[in-house]
Design a protein around this ligand. Structure first.
Ligand code: PMP
Length: 490
């Protein structure tokens, strides 16, 4: 292994060695699972003492970067933390030091809730999406092939920065079938709705320091807002949605840049804002001249009741409305959109263009073909039927095996929000559950205020992505995990 150590530098040799190895591991040059040279031959090769090599290895082991197994050697750890700082703070120029996450704000967990953790042995109730196996793969293959043969290499070019025209027209049609009134000219196609939320929050920087959010809230929206410099302020909810008194108080304080709300089957709680509350929130936001970012990430997935008017329909140019094809079709297509009227649309378009030119064209061309032939509607109907059954299977299993736990039945969406018995900590339960082969989403990062007394008391359980049998198995394993911590049935 060729590593140049500089004996004349102030940095100790073991640190230099550690940095060189860290770099190789973190950049992927040394693959997870690969064996590191034994300390004696490496020390000879590098012309340093064996203690130097041992010190570097021990420090990396303490950070979980390598694993040392008695008798067989040192190996690059199979799972690497993401976003690790490669260099120690003292070695960074001051502009880099200024970028280190301040101790005063919670860190952002990269990859939180994007799923992919399930396999035969592991039930994944933590993911944030629907069941990929319901994706109409054959239709999609045909749509891709048709896009490529009709458009030729144009299908691989940049799209219109607003989004492919035919696709926007179909999106407007899908929206109107959900009771959301938007013309194709109001729709800006984005690389997933996460980008749409980012564009809106970016555009509104400078209006105020606070992002007003529901409490609990979608964890990666909190992360996004924090990363853009906002302080999220959580508004507690009752059975109708965001409570009006704390919302009014937050708006009156005058620090709000915007209100972020998920009126339909909220992430993580599954709650739905009622019609009266929708009107009241829109009215309050208008009175305090505060924009609303409405995130309708699973509006199509309603299992009971009627469609309710969107905030966008109620609030006109005071509201921006984002939605996605990730939850019901496939997150990897990276296609979402935001609807907005007036100058907000033009500013969002400018930002979108400046940041990423356009959303993936081939995905839009293919989706347009799927949407146009009514396959989407059939897919939604099928998904709704399946997911409602799975929801019932999950709630039944919770009632049977988790006494002392509470979950309300959501009337749509993907999630059940499970309140734990007093004293049981959500992180401890999530860890114990993982050891028993079930992944659950710890509700802690969903709270704007990490000191919120509810922050360690909830798990978010996805009921859409796994089969009813596996859901029952997962909830059974969760119950055993709780029992191992002294809660529920032994
Ligand atoms: N909003 C909510 C509430 C979500 O759960 C997600 C996905 N985790 C998104 C937006 C973003 O999804 P995408 O970028 O894939 O459209």
């Amino acid at each position: 292994m060729k590593i140049a150590l500089d004996h004349s530098r102030e940095t100790p040799l073991y640190k230099q060695l550690e940095q060189a190895l860290r770099h190789r591991i973190e950049s992927g040059l040394l693959e997870p699972g690969s064996r590191l040279p034994a300390s004696r031959p490496l020390s000879v090769e590098l012309g340093v003492s064996r203690i130097t090599v041992e010190s570097a290895y021990s420090s990396m082991e303490a950070d979980g970067l390598i694993e040392r197994r008695a008798g067989s050697g040192s190996f690059v750890a199979r799972r690497q933390a993401v976003g690790r700082v490669l260099l120690s703070a003292e070695e960074l120029p001051s502009w880099q030091r200024a970028l280190l996450v301040g101790a005063d704000r919670p860190g952002i967990e990269i990859g939180l809730g994007i799923g992919g953790g399930g396999d035969e042995a592991t039930v994944d109730l933590a993911t944030g999406v629907g069941d990929a196996s319901l994706f109409p793969l054959a239709d999609f293959k045909a749509a891709m092939a048709s896009a490529l043969s009709r458009e030729g290499s144009k299908a691989l070019g940049y799209a219109d920065p607003r989004g492919v025209q035919a696709f926007r027209t179909l999106v407007a049609r899908v929206l109107s079938s959900r009771g959301v009134d938007a013309t194709p000219e109001e729709i800006l196609v984005t690389s997933g709705s996460q980008e749409a939320l980012g564009l809106a929050a970016l555009m509104l920087r400078g209006r105020g320091r606070e992002a007003i959010v529901e409490s609990p809230c979608y964890a990666s929206a909190l992360g996004l807002f924090r990363s853009l410099g906002y302080a999220p302020r959580g508004i507690s909810m009752d059975s109708g949605g965001m409570r009006l008194e704390p919302l009014r108080a937050a708006l009156r304080d005058g620090r709000a840049a915007f209100i972020y709300a998920m009126p339909n089957f909220q992430n993580p709680s599954g709650a739905r804002m009622d019609a009266e509350r929708r009107r009241a929130v829109v009215e309050l936001a208008g009175r305090y001249d505060t924009p609303i970012i409405e995130d309708d990430f699973v509006g199509d997935l309603r299992y009971e009741g009627r469609d309710l008017p969107s905030l966008y329909t109620l609030g006109g140019s005071g509201v921006m409305h984002s939605a996605t094809f990730s939850k019901l079709l496939a997150p990897g297509l990276r296609v979402g959109f935001i609807a907005a009227k007036g100058p907000a649309y033009e500013r969002l378009l400018e930002l979108k263009y400046c940041l990423s030119m356009s959303a993936p064209r081939l995905s839009q061309e293919a989706l347009a073909r799927i949407l146009s032939v009514g396959r989407y509607e059939a897919h939604i109907r099928r998904s709704r039927r399946r997911y409602a059954e799975r929801r019932d299977a999950m709630l039944g299993a919770i009632a049977d095996c988790l006494p002392g736990f509470e979950a309300k039945k959501p009337s749509g969406g993907l999630f059940a929000w499970l309140r734990l018995p007093a004293g049981l900590d959500s992180s401890a339960l999530a860890d114990a559950a993982r050891r028993r082969g079930v992944l659950v989403f710890d509700g802690r990062p969903c709270f704007a205020d990490p000191g919120d007394p509810d922050a360690g008391s909830f798990l978010r359980l996805n009921f859409a992505a796994e089969s009813p049998e596996r859901i029952v198995r997962g909830v059974g394993a969760l119950s055993k995990a709780a029992a191992s911590l002294g809660y529920g049935r032994p």
